[in-house]
Structures are given as structure tokens and as C-alpha cells.
Write a new protein. Sequence first.
Length: 184
Amino acid sequence: MLITVEGLDGSGKTTLVRGLADRLGATALREPGGEPGAERIRDLVRSHPFDARAEALLFAAARAQLVATEIAPRLARGETVVIDRFVDSSLAYQGAGRGLGIDAVRAMNAFAPIPDRTLLLRIDAETGLERVGGRGSADRFEDLTLLRAVAAAYDELAAAEPDRWRVLDATQAPGVLLEAALAP
């Protein structure tokens, strides 16, 4: 089973992914990154202001590497994988937020498996930014206008596929959020 966790920075994705992996006996991964080559691409994207299309292609390249080396082999062995961000992040951030179009970004990522379940941790952009404020210097992904567009895109994606997506209130305490994510 492939479970993805989506949401704005500060929504609690990493904490939820760890909790789910522990409770489900699953492998926890993150995007971009999750394996050495993809981690190098993550560092590159975070350190240079790429054009929106180049940014989307770099994220797709990191994802392709992660799918090939970690996700596909684990799924083939019948393992459960829980991942902090996946294709839907690119659809929301680069497709909607950067204006490339969701269909164009979806086409770049056609190789990726479709998650069995996607959990959207809904939080407003201002609260998310407040939560990440103590993590160090802000990056170009922490722009309020961008984050509002991304949040709206996540809501649209979730509404379009209600059987795959579960929307959760990210303002809840981590333990409450974990139990809500595990509920049938």
C-alpha cells in the first residue's frame, strides 16, 4: 500500500508520517529526497532559484529515482510505504502555485504510482508559516501568495478524488491527528 501525506509546510506532515510508519510497520520516506540521488536534487532545488518548469522537472527526476530505487521495489514485495509529499505536491506547487498547469505537471509524472490513500493536512497558510518560523531562514516556497494558491489547489485535488483523499484538520494535536488518519 502507498500512503502519501500532503499539506503546506508546518501542517505536521513529517510527524504524521513517522507516526503512521510506526503504527503500520511501514517504511517512511520523504520527497523530494528519500534516497541519495534524490537528496542531492533536493539540495540543488533548495539552493538555486530555478525557472518553474526546471523546478518541476527536477522534482520529477528526484521522484523517478525514488520510485525506481525505493517505492516500486517495496510495493512489489508487498510492503507499505508512507511518504511525506509525492506527485500531488508538484501538482499543487508547480502546477497551480507556479502556474505551469496541473495537467502539464501530471504528464511529467505519469511514471509514478497512484497512491492508495492520500492524507491532506489542511492548515491555513498563515498558521503554517508561523509554525515553520523557528526552523531557520525562509525559502522561496514560503511565500504567502504561493501558499494560498497551493492550499486552494490541494482542496481542488482532494474534491476531485474523494475516494483516494482524506482531509484532516492539521490544527489538532499530533496524537489526535494520527488517530484520525488511522480511522477507517
